[in-house]
Design a protein around this ligand. Structure first.
Ligand SMILES: Cc1cc2nc3c(=O)[nH]c(=O)nc-3n(C[C@H](O)[C@H](O)[C@H](O)COP(=O)(O)OP(=O)(O)OC[C@H]3O[C@@H](n4cnc5c(N)ncnc54)[C@H](O)[C@@H]3O)c2cc1C
Length: 409
């Protein structure tokens, strides 16, 4: 097993510096413009694709890095560049993880490459789990998938919401109910291939932050997909449902992971790393400003009130990174999250990003409150980390339940 280490190896350092260069030279100069436009920054994604930063190969390399640090390191650098643009670049990854977590080898090989397209014809993908009445409460999901045995097709109906890249994606991964009696244990994930009739984009949301990332409803009306689009296959689904029915009859018992949860668990430390990137970016702006801005004849960092804030900001950021790296290392080396370490990393890093970006605004004073300086955007962007892929309250529930073994509500 790979030992946990805080030392990046030479290859990792090279990748980090390469991503940092892209973040600094390409993403940052474009950040304010795409935030104002509230549109997917296709030219930046295309540039990333040309350089190999938006590609299956690149993410596969980071994902399978045996130290576990490849993904968090990459996320931190890209989100240090700009969160909205970075989410447009890495949003496809959530759909890819949905397939990796639940799909067969054949499905992984067929669909994940199509999610990215290639440098000449860039595509994005979407992962659709949330619904208007099923956010934190995933078990309330209503989107229904019914098997048409005669045609070996699944028929999907329902409305998904908050889908990153929803409607503009080629491949959509959709979580749907296959057995309503089983609650969240009766869910399964499906591939909806590009241009499938019946799938359309609903409302596109105007957002508080990460405005360069497209977020929209996805409407499914009699969407028919081939039997082979059920992730994991019918045999495995039937076995899983039979086990869940047995357990339900026996009065509950062992927890069975549902399709969406498997995706979210794997992606939580990665979201923590995104938050670390945004927090670090805001902290650096604040540190620089505090050492150059003078009031009362001296730099404002000369005041303990400012200097101590910066000390706390940096300490929290480093602590958040350590939690994220630990969780990523554990996930990669197959150590179970017995104390909900994945949730801990996401909770602490996302709360850190919100706090640190707010402190950065305060340190920049009036300038911090304007769009002339980036910390205002970073603070708006940071608000998403405590909401998506499980709110902070849900992370606390997961941690408390894991630690206590009690069904805390
Ligand atoms: C920009 C953006 C992008 C997104 N991208 C995707 C995506 O690509 N795919 C996807 O499927 N989803 C996506 N989401 C959805 C996201 O995961 C949900 O918004 C999130 O899970 C919260 O659900 P909700 O918004 O319905 O809030 P609710 O579940 O209604 O929660 C509202 C509040 O109540 C609290 N709360 C709820 N239940 C409890 C409880 N039991 N105990 C204590 N507090 C509780 C919550 O913590 C929150 O503070 C995205 C959301 C946004 C905003």
């Amino acid at each position: 097993m790979t030992e946990f280490t805080l030392d990046l190896n030479e290859d990792q350092k090279q990748v980090r510096d390469w991503l940092n260069g892209f973040a600094k030279d390409v993403m940052r100069p474009a950040a304010a413009e795409w935030d104002e436009r509230e549109e997917t920054p296709w030219p930046v994604i295309q540039e990333a694709a040309k350089l190999g930063i938006y590609s299956l190969d690149f993410y596969a390399q980071q994902f399978f890095d045996p130290t576990g640090l490849g993904i968090p390191m990459a996320m931190e650098e890209l989100f240090w560049g700009d969160a909205g643009i970075a989410l447009s670049i890495v949003g496809t990854g959530l759909a890819a993880v949905g397939v990796l977590a639940n799909g067969t080898e054949e499905q992984i090989g067929t669909w994940i490459p199509q999610m990215y397209g290639d440098a000449n014809d860039v595509k994005v993908a979407a992962f659709c789990s949330s619904e208007p009445d099923a956010g934190s409460d995933v078990a309330s999901m209503r989107t229904r998938a019914v098997y048409d045995e005669a045609k070996d097709e699944w028929v999907l109906n329902g409305t998904k919401t908050w889908a990153t890249n929803g409607g503009i994606a080629g491949v959509h991964v959709v979580v749907a109910v296959v057995d309503p009696e089983l609650g969240s244990k009766g869910h399964a994930s499906f591939i909806v291939p590009p241009n499938t009739p019946g799938l359309s984009q609903g409302q596109k949301f105007k957002k508080h932050g990460i405005r360069a990332s497209h977020t929209a409803e996805v409407v499914l009306e009699d969407v028919r997909v081939p039997g082979g689009c059920l992730l994991g296959g019918k045999e495995k689904l039937d076995e899983r449902l039979a086990r869940a029915r047995e357990r339900a009859k026996a009065g509950g018992g062992e927890r069975v992971k549902n399709a969406a949860m498997a995706t979210f668990e794997a992606s939580r430390p990665a979201v923590g790393a995104m938050a670390v990137g945004t927090a670090r970016a805001a902290y650096e702006v604040a540190l620089d400003y505090a050492t150059t801005r003078e009031q009362f004849g001296r730099p404002i960092i000369d005041n303990q009130g400012i200097a101590f804030q910066l000390a706390d900001m940096r300490t929290r950021i480093d602590a958040a990174r350590l939690l994220v790296w630990r969780a990523s290392w554990m996930a990669t080396t197959g150590k179970p999250f017995t104390s909900a370490e994945g949730s801990m990393s996401k909770l602490f890093a996302s709360e850190t990003a919100k706090q640190v970006t707010a402190q950065a605004i305060q340190i920049l004073g009036g300038n911090g409150f304007t769009r002339e300086y980036p910390v205002e955007r970073m603070h708006r962007d940071a608000a998403i980390y405590t909401i998506f892929e499980g709110t902070s309250e849900i992370q606390r529930l997961v941690i408390a339940r894991t630690l206590s073994g009690m069904p805390i509500r």
